[in-house]
Design a protein. Structure first.
Length: 318
């Protein structure tokens, strides 16, 4: 029987997880991407599993749960760049156990004596964290080992490829905007990279202000300090005051940050939508979309890729 032929557009975390998922389902997959994994927004991410500023949502929860399970499994392979790490999250309002925390292993509420007085509560749990560059390379290698093909190519109109494939899946992130999605916008993110240091062990988050998400993420090769979320700001100049503010906020979460040596400030743009577009195209049912994941591209990745597979009907033989 002929294997279904799939074209996936994009080689960020969405494109790579989709391509691996479709390959594992027995499809013949080719990735077309304007830029390789190292040049994507995905490569800039702190890449911690976390529902950054997300209201309770059942679809989100299932996708995040699927991703957690898959990344946890991948963490057993040292080459994946994924590790399970301890995350301490602080809350300014005590609303009980976070709605998404049921996905995570090792959940515990911190005793009040261990919670700084400006916070109302804190929870600790284990979550997957990826060294983004290593993880994207690992996914690409996995995809090629499964028989996939990767071609560097910018595409002007995804529907124009439908004659060459059974399905086309658009995973172009913010690159989808020229395809006609006016709902897609940008959120500018500044993060700092510091060298690893015993003063910081684990990850720390205060996500109570959507305009200033604050996080400290320990990885194998660096520690990421974040962040900012400036909607529709497209300037590529990093303001020194924002850098100082990130360090100040992160030190408030974890005192050890004061001892870190910051080596780089990085700028990226999250692809924002009211909800991610994971759906068949209304005008072209064989064209599917998987983009617009905002600050949760890693957190949602395997769950969304699985939804794309389901939407194609390929796994069920439709
Ligand atoms: C600083 C920062 C920190 C973040 N931290 C986290 C985090 O800790 N956890 C988390 O879950 N998320 C995080 N995010 C969000 C996450 O990075 C994004 O949601 C995710 O990277 C989006 O991935 P993507 O594959 O959809 O898009 P991208 O990574 O942007 O990849 C798009 C791909 O499409 C290709 N493309 C674009 N246009 C075309 C075209 N016309 N033809 C062919 N190819 C095209 C590009 O070349 C690229 O290969 C962070 C984001 C930033 C900026």
């Amino acid at each position: 029987m002929r294997r279904p032929r799939i074209i996936v557009l994009g080689a960020g975390v969405s494109g790579l997880t989709t391509a691996v998922t479709m390959s594992m389902a027995g499809c013949d997959v080719v990735i077309y991407a304007a830029e390789g994994p190292a040049q994507t927004t995905s490569a800039l991410a702190a890449a911690i599993w976390h529902p950054f500023y997300q209201a309770p949502d059942l679809v989100y929860l299932e996708r995040a749960r699927h991703t957690y399970t898959t990344m946890r499994r991948l963490s057993a392979d040292a080459a994946s760049g994924v590790r399970m790490r301890s995350l301490t999250e602080y809350f300014r309002r005590d609303a009980g156990v976070p709605w998404w925390a049921e996905c995570a292993n090792g959940l515990e509420r911190l005793a009040p004596a261990n919670v700084p007085s400006r916070f109302a509560s804190a929870y600790r749990m284990d979550v997957p964290v990826a060294d983004a560059g290593t993880y994207l390379r690992y996914l690409m290698t996995l995809f090629l080992d499964l028989g996939g093909q990767y071609v560097r190519r910018r595409v002007g109109d995804p529907a124009s490829l439908l004659d060459d494939a059974d399905r086309v899946v658009n995973c172009c992130g913010y690159g989808s905007r020229p395809f006609g999605d006016s709902e897609l916008s940008l959120s500018r993110a500044v993060v700092l990279r510091a060298t690893c240091d015993d003063a910081v062990r684990g990850c720390f988050i205060d996500d109570s202000d959507p305009a200033s998400p604050t996080y400290v993420v320990e990885r194998d090769d660096d520690i990421v300090l974040g962040g900012t979320a400036d909607l529709d700001l497209t300037s590529t100049v990093i303001d020194e005051r924002q850098v100082e503010d990130i360090i100040r906020r992160c030190t408030g979460l974890c005192e050890g940050v004061a001892a870190l040596r910051v080596v780089e400030a990085r700028l990226g743009f999250r692809p924002m939508r009211h909800v991610p577009r994971v759906a068949c195209d209304a005008g072209h049912p064989r064209l599917l979309h998987n983009y617009g994941h905002g600050g949760g591209g890693f957190t949602l990745s395997w769950g969304c890729a699985n939804d794309v597979l389901r939407l194609t009907g390929i796994a069920s033989g439709k």
